[in-house]
Design a protein around this ligand. Structure first.
Ligand code: M6R
Length: 365
């Protein structure tokens, strides 16, 4: 069952290296070509697409935010990411030149199913990313990419998220290669990086003890702010959700550039701030945001790429992630955030696998 782990969540966090491997298996060939069996969309159809919607709820929505960055960067098609419960009621502008990607671990989330139907009603092709073979969403979509994460029992989603990211990167590359918007060599580099992720994810699991210790010193905190720019902002949202969902600690994620526009007023002596600084091209900007926080006495735990020592002495603590191309960094950056949320919840004595008020699958509105 739990294979010796105290909770399903911890077990599922540890299953991520294999889940990523399984989700990649057979889908990258000849070092840089993408094979997605159940995605039948042709080059002609792709060339006609003017806009993509990614629609999902909760963690799957956060995966979609990363997907937007990847698709826009590689395939140069505008992407809107929508929360399913908003999308279905706001008369989104959809037509046959729209592609809709729905993301759902369970494949049974009521709002996501309704969004899928709304998209189909307006003649949009629908690609589903789901973890459950034969689920409602897999049956109703035109194309399907399964995440091979295996059953996820804990209410807090972990391995579903990382494998959803893998699936979104594969779609982004597939679209880009078919459209001809990405250099073959660059696509190959991204593919190589994706293939290295299982081993890197494995290494990150070794930070467990450090994060557990951090949690044992900070679980009494009332609020936590997660900051990042670009892809780090997307991961910040997911880290924040994970923490509030299982530890009941109030937390918010902000695009670091927004600090000055209001949130900075909340930073005072000792406020815990998690700063994600994996994006090389945004590092200097992030650094000045971090300084805005430390100047006000904020207590900063930062995550940076191995080899970048610039935060030493500026923040309280830096955790170094195995060096990875920044384009795919979210897949590994999220793992220590999952562990942090987990240990905070354990320290607080929360029911980690079954947080209060929540259900694994939200099949009613
Ligand atoms: O099964 P789904 O992916 O459609 O579920 C979506 C959300 O309900 C889910 O991700 C939820 O936000 C998780 N409990 C977050 O950890």
């Amino acid at each position: 069952e739990k294979s010796g782990y105290e909770h399903f969540m911890l077990k599922e966090i540890h299953e991520q290296p294999n889940a990523i491997k399984d989700t990649l298996r057979g889908r990258i060939i000849n070092d840089g070509e993408i094979v997605l069996d159940k995605v039948k969309i042709t080059k002609d159809e792709i060339d006609k697409i003017e806009k993509i919607f990614i629609v999902a709820c909760g963690t799957a929505y956060h995966a979609g935010v990363v997907g937007k960055y990847a698709i826009e960067k590689f395939a140069r098609i505008p992407v809107e990411v929508d929360i399913a419960s908003e999308f279905r009621y706001r008369e989104p502008i959809i037509n046959e030149r729209t592609l809709t990607i729905v993301v759902s671990q369970s494949g049974e989330t009521a709002d996501t199913i309704a969004a899928l139907k709304e998209a189909k009603k307006h003649n949009s092709r629908v690609i589903a990313i789901t973890n459950v073979v034969g689920s409602s969403i897999s049956r109703e979509a035109d194309d399907v990419i399964y995440t091979w994460a295996g059953p996820e029992i804990a209410v807090a989603s972990t391995k579903a998220y990382t494998t959803q990211l893998v699936a979104l990167y594969l779609i982004a590359l597939d679209l880009a290669l078919k459209k001809g918007t990405i250099e073959k060599e660059y696509a190959k580099q991204i593919c190589d990086e994706l293939k290295k992720l299982p081993e890197r994810a494995e290494r990150i699991l070794n930070y467990k003890d450090e994060l557990q210790e951090f949690a044992s010193n900070h679980f009494n905190t009332k609020d936590v702010f997660y900051l990042g720019r670009g892809l780090d902002y997307a991961v910040a949202m997911e880290g924040s959700l994970k923490l509030k969902e299982i530890s009941y600690i109030h937390s918010e994620a902000y695009a670091a550039g927004e600090l000055k526009h209001g949130t900075l007023a909340l930073i005072e002596n000792g406020t815990l701030v998690i700063a994600l600084a994996t994006q090389e091209h945004l590092f200097e900007k992030m650094l000045s945001n971090i300084r805005e926080v430390t100047t006000r006495g904020g207590y900063v735990l930062a995550f940076a790429m191995e080899g970048n020592k610039q935060l030493e002495g500026i923040v309280e603590k830096v955790i170094y992630l195995p060096k990875t191309m920044e384009e795919v960094a979210p897949i590994i950056t999220v793992i220590p955030l999952q562990l942090l949320a987990y240990y905070m919840a354990v320290e607080k004595g929360c029911d980690v696998d079954k947080p209060r008020n929540l259900a694994k699958s939200v099949t009613v509105e």
